[in-house]
Design a protein. Structure first.
Length: 346
């Protein structure tokens, strides 16, 4: 397992990060603890969660993922682990989080941090992320910016100042973004520099063979601002494993269990692209999931790749992707498919 510096922080994170958003919905606490134990045994020191988890978000289960992790974390050597979580923002109908008070402002930030610390049973959070922007932006498969949806928003300087207070208190160490845009990365970085406020060190965005939007403007913004990508959904909601091909609907999988979930992966050319990528994997005697994850790991701007699973066997296969090296021939074949089907699931 390799370890990479996360932005301008002093955090050295494993190249695989354990994603946990199924804990409390598809995974029991026993499942969760088995996965956590296995991940750590394989050298993973980086665990990602959110106050909103598990997904799909529901009032009855909100916060359960952090609670499951907390029951495990209290038995671990805390300083050997890097724990990341997120604050939910406005713009999504999650009215049960703080009674709908999800603007990224001081009171909400302080309550969210305190609530996460309690559930996680820890004194501090290593990386605290804004799950999606306070302002309006197209997210989760939306691709067109529409000024009609703009809303009143907390100024970025005010958000950063509120996070600065929590950092001074020692409750969080570093700040990150998620589901952000190039403009957002630049604004957060520049305003922090101008006002002497905490600089973001990470961005957590979707990145996979079906969604390489990050390759262009976001890659440039993050390079110049020294912000590391934590790539989520490297398997494109599991599609890149090939398990949904030919109309298959495997039991106990997200797209089978939860209707209207993962809409970005139900668009034209997704199935054709997945078929082509799976064929490449099989022609080189690779498992499709490992090919897909190894591609994400190989990208120069990826600091850590977030993998999750509903079974321990899946997790083992996904983590083993660190042992797969893609040669120039395979990368050329992948790029040829990308040329035919560019970003079918942005």
């Amino acid at each position: 397992m390799k370890y990479n510096q996360l932005g301008e922080s002093d955090l050295k994170v494993s190249e695989i990060c354990l994603g946990t958003m199924t804990y409390g919905q598809q995974n029991t606490i026993e499942d969760a603890h088995l996965q956590l134990d296995y991940a750590v045994s394989q050298g993973i020191n980086f665990i990602d969660t959110a106050e909103m988890y598990p997904v799909p978000p529901r009032a009855e289960t909100q916060g359960r993922t952090e609670t499951f992790i907390g029951e495990w974390l209290k038995k671990q050597q805390r300083d050997r682990l890097i724990i990341a979580t997120k604050i939910a923002g406005p713009g999504r109908p999650i009215t049960w989080v703080r009674g709908g008070a999800t603007n990224i402002k001081s009171d909400n930030i302080k309550q969210a941090v305190d609530d996460s610390l309690k559930r996680l049973q820890t004194d501090y959070i290593d990386l605290y992320q804004i799950h999606w922007p306070d302002r309006y932006v197209p997210t989760f498969g939306q691709t067109e910016y529409n000024p009609h949806f703009e809303r009143e928003t907390v100024p970025i300087a005010e958000q950063l100042a509120a996070f600065a207070d929590v950092i001074k208190e020692g409750k969080i160490r570093y700040l990150g973004l998620s589901n952000e845009t190039p403009w957002g990365v630049a604004q957060f970085s520049q305003i922090a520099k101008e006002l002497g406020l905490p600089k973001v060190v990470a961005i957590q965005n979707a990145y996979n063979l079906l969604n390489r939007v990050f390759d262009s403007a976001l890659a440039e913004a993050c390079r110049y601002e020294n912000v590391g990508l934590l790539a989520y959904s490297p398997l494109g909601f599991g599609l890149l494993s090939g398990k949904y091909l030919e109309g298959n609907k495997p039991e106990k999988t997200r797209l089978t269990l939860f209707e209207n979930f993962g809409q970005r992966y139900l668009k034209p050319n997704v199935s054709e692209a997945v078929t082509a990528y799976v064929e490449i994997a099989r022609s080189h005697n690779l498992k499709p999931s490992q090919l897909a994850i190894a591609f994400v790991i190989s990208r120069w701007f990826v600091t850590s790749t977030i993998v999750g699973a509903t079974t321990l066997e899946q997790l083992q296969e996904n983590i083993d992707s660190v042992n797969v090296t893609l040669d120039k021939e395979i990368l050329a074949e992948l790029n040829a498919v990308y040329t035919r089907y560019p970003n079918p699931a942005p």
